[in-house]
Design a protein around this ligand. Structure first.
Ligand SMILES: *[C@@H]1O[C@H](CO)[C@@H](O)[C@H](O)[C@H]1NC(C)=O
Length: 528
């Protein structure tokens, strides 16, 4: 019996295909592509769903009845397949009900599915993702295990935050910033499946370089492995249309894929919306004024496209190859916006555009807590919230007592909530009663939460008013990037006393109970 089984398997394969040949075959229900790189996949001829993902003889596609596709499937589609030249096979899926054309491309000898997603409108329910439903049996290792593994979990918020084995879990805890997220990988013994978003793959996504979205949800039986091209998750920008990608699913037996992947052959495949390098231009120059210790990020956007790059330590930068047009160009100190200007990109051109930080830094503040850098990581629980719900028992108690000169930023809470955790109390010394300015910068507001401030129980800062509402949960799903509001109050002469003073920082806003009450995430606080 031990000898008979492999023989039977071999004969079955031999009957249906010549193993290892680059080819497209079809039945009445599916197209099957053998990449000649160890990968064989099949695509439904009626829906465009991927039905099998066989790599080195193992099918990694889940067999629970939900397939691999855009969103939860494009439904009835016109699916065509063609061999292009001797090295490429292209499958084109045009959805009947959705404004989507999906491409699957194989290149001879690669164990890769190259993809592009062309849209002319937003897809219901307001998000666009490629979702591979993979069988966990042979792919047990996910992204930041076990933070996005809800196996055995009980839902504690919405239907997407769970408590399992005493720790909190959520698919959003698998998120990475787009600028960092060139590759994410699920793996098992002898297999790595990576989603690769190389080059300008995010050019028609939304939200800029610091946008973060779901990369994986792990259940007891599946890895739900995703490239979110756009969504309503902490959305700060209008959705963009056109071609998303090229991006790719890369199969390997040796390790995660690299973030560099040549997709320039798309230029010969008649892909809607694809603009080759020859139809693009660049921007170069120097970014100045971002202090050392902070990353200088330059980003470009208009209604149709978005790009970004990092400046070198000397400040020099070169943009990716961008589509022609006029762009808003922004300079960030880490994630804090510090300069904005306009630049025009021409086909084949290289536009020089130097940019300088306009940030004004108080020379010798009475105190400053944290860094004005658009990030909350230095504060209490700032090292944990990307992968934990604020109720997680591994978190430190919310609220806080901070004594200037004694405490560190890690004593000050990274978020304040209207109805739980209490305020943050700051004790500081003053040598004069002169007028001052109090400044609090935030990275994200939930349910229009904004700071309330009281000094010495006697002076209350005016309510700055509700910031723009982002209708999406934030810190409870590990999110921190919103519009980034900054608030300032004139503190009148005579408010401070010579000696010890007390500032109580709370939240104005209501919202629901507990951690879903109005809240905001702290970037930095200073009195100058
Ligand atoms: C801050 O101090 C108050 C008053 O002593 C105390 O009730 C509260 O628990 C403290 N908060 C934290 C987070 O330590």
């Amino acid at each position: 019996m031990k000898l008979a089984l492999p023989l039977a398997v071999l004969l079955t394969h031999a009957a249906t295909s010549v193993l290892g040949a680059f080819q497209l075959t079809s039945t009445s229900s599916a197209y099957t592509v053998d990449t000649d790189g160890g990968l064989v996949f099949s695509v439904s001829r009626t829906t465009g769903d991927i039905l099998t993902l066989v790599y080195n003889s193992v099918d990694y596609q889940s067999k629970e009845g939900k397939w691999t596709h855009i969103n939860s499937g494009l439904g009835t589609s016109t699916v065509t397949a063609a061999t292009v030249g001797s090295d490429y096979i292209k499958i084109t899926i045009v959805s009947a009900a959705n404004p989507v054309t999906q491409y699957y491309v194989a290149k001879k000898g690669d164990s890769v599915i190259y993809m592009g997603t062309y849209i002319t409108g937003e897809v219901s329910p307001g998000e666009l993702r490629w979702l591979a439903r993979l069988d966990k049996t042979n792919l047990p290792t996910s992204i930041r295990d076990p933070a996005s593994d809800n196996t055995g979990g009980v839902a504690i918020e919405g239907s997407d935050v769970f408590l399992a084995d005493g720790t909190t879990r959520c698919k959003f805890y698998s998120s990475d910033r787009f600028i960092d997220d060139l590759v994410h990988t699920v793996s098992g013994p002898g297999v790595y499946i990576s989603l690769v978003m190389p080059g300008t793959a995010y050019e028609t996504s939304s939200g800029g370089p610091f946008m973060r979205d779901i990369n994986n949800q792990e259940t007891s039986t599946q890895q739900e492995f995703t490239f979110y091209m756009n969504s309503g998750h902490l959305r700060t920008e209008t959705w963009r249309m056109g071609l998303k990608g090229p991006y790719a699913a890369v199969f390997s037996s040796t390790g995660p894929a690299s973030g560099t992947l040549d997709t320039s052959f798309f230029s010969g495949l008649d892909i809607l919306g694809y603009v080759p390098q020859s139809g693009r231009g660049r921007v170069t120059g120097t970014a100045s004024g971002v202090p050392s210790g902070f990353e200088a990020v330059i980003a470009w956007s208009n209604t149709e496209n978005q790009y970004w790059t990092r400046a070198s330590t000397s400040g020099s930068y070169t943009s990716p190859y961008m589509k022609p047009g006029t762009y808003t160009m922004k300079l960030y100190k880490q994630e804090l916006l510090v300069a904005t200007q306009t630049v025009t990109v021409t086909v084949g051109g290289s536009t020089t555009s130097n940019i300088a930080s306009t940030e004004v830094v108080a020379a010798s503040p009475v105190f400053r807590i944290g860094e004005f850098d658009g990030q909350p990581f230095e504060f209490k629980n700032g090292d944990k919230f990307l992968g934990m719900h604020p109720s997680d028992t591994r978190m430190s108690a919310w609220g806080g007592n901070y004594t200037v000169g004694v405490s560190t930023a890690a004593d000050f809470p990274m978020a304040l909530f209207a109805k739980t955790g209490g305020p943050a109390t700051i004790k500081f010394m003053a040598t004069s009663t002169a007028k001052r300015t109090l400044r609090i910068a935030t990275t994200l507001s939930f349910k229009t939460g904004r700071p309330s401030v009281v000094i010495n129980g006697a002076w209350t800062g005016a309510d700055p008013g509700a910031p723009v509402l982002i209708d999406s949960r934030g810190v409870t799903r590990g999110g921190y990037r919103g519009y980034g509001e900054s608030y300032e109050w004139d503190v009148p002469a005579g408010t401070l006393v010579v000696g010890e003073n007390t500032l109580v920082v709370g939240v104005t806003g209501s919202g629901d109970a507990g951690f879903l009450s109005a809240n905001y995430i702290v970037d930095a606080i200073e009195l100058y």
